[in-house]
Write a protein that binds this ligand. Structure first.
Ligand code: AHM
Ligand code: MG
Length: 291
């Protein structure tokens, strides 16, 4: 399918249609990044300055995901309120460009999709599917549904080719990546980090999708932790923590906000932040044991 033709949103399976929309949109989003690296005057609900690319990718995904029969709500990290998309039992959420501050330095970024079977804001245990696209040297997509995680290569025309089925985290973890400034870490997280530094290799790219994808590939642990200046961390539960927690748990790993699985974390508002800890179950359990 060429860029000129919008992807079809017709399917009696809303989840499959949402996966398809995201895959079909990925090459177009990637292709539109180069001319949209500048800042806009706008800020999102989290108070972050939006890039032209953030706003553009959000509009594109909103139009296509709300057109899916069965999708009744849409929400995004880049817009304040939930969009009513008519009748439909599912709610689709996106982080249209996760890690978009990497656009300036031309590093990896991603797109995150969550599909909930409840009104937003909804807890992670109401997710029925999640997926992400990684704009790396090649464009890949990871989907999770009914306990099955699949990695695809997305071709330039938006078609997908499965390259890893039944993705599970490798048993011998090798990498870690922790966000936030080290002096701002809490003592309990800093203690945990010191232990992990002795065991694993640091690899941190500044886009959660890139950092989580290497945890899925090599095994390990990713954290954007609680901070002294911000105990609630940086990442957003609804758009980032939940969908990625769902994917990692579906791949046999663990997720946590420090106390409980991200999927069981209580949801209070659409843009609420949460500390995020993800990776091999034993590594996440060790973190929780210290907290
Ligand atoms: P964004 O979705 O607004 O781009 O922010 C989320 C990103 C994550 O991908 C990443 O883990 C984190 O912010 C990096 O933050 P920092 O630049 O503070 O290290
Ligand atoms: Mg993000």
């Amino acid at each position: 399918m060429s860029d000129a033709e919008p992807p079809t949103a017709e399917s009696d399976d809303a989840v499959a249609a949402a996966f398809e929309v995201v895959a079909r949109s990925a090459p177009q989003i990637r292709g539109g990044l180069a001319g949209r690296r500048g800042k806009t005057d706008g800020r999102n609900a989290s108070g972050e300055t939006q890039l032209a690319a953030d706003v553009w990718a959000d509009d594109l995904l909103e139009e296509r995901l709300t057109a899916i029969e069965g999708v009744g709500q849409f929400a995004s990290e880049e817009r304040d309120d939930v969009v009513d998309a008519g009748d439909g039992e599912y709610a689709a959420t996106v982080d249209p460009l996760d890690g978009s501050s990497n656009l300036q330095s031309n590093n990896s970024m991603g797109t995150i999709l969550g599909v909930y079977d409840a009104d937003l804001p909804a807890p992670g245990n109401r997710l029925v599917a999640a997926a992400y696209v990684l704009y790396g040297p090649i464009t890949t997509m990871v989907t999770a549904r009914e306990g099955e995680v699949t990695e695809y290569v997305v071709e330039n025309d938006g078609s997908r080719r499965a390259v890893r089925e039944d993705v599970t985290l490798p048993e011998d973890p090798t990498v870690y990546g922790f966000g936030g400034r080290v002096p701002d870490w809490t003592d309990r997280f800093a203690d945990y980090a010191r232990e992990i530094e002795d065991e694993l290799k640091l690899r941190y790219g500044g886009a959660m999708i890139g950092d989580v994808n290497q945890v899925l590939t090599y095994g390990g642990v990713f954290a954007y932790p609680e901070l002294q200046s911000r105990p609630e961390g940086k990442l957003r539960l609804q758009f980032e923590g939940n969908p990625i927690g769902y994917i990692v748990e579906s791949a046999g790993g663990g997720s946590s906000d420090g106390e409980t699985s991200l999927l069981d974390a209580e949801v209070e508002e659409l843009h609420q932040r949460t500390p995020v800890y993800l990776g091999n179950e034993a590594l996440v359990e060790r973190l929780e044991a210290r907290f």
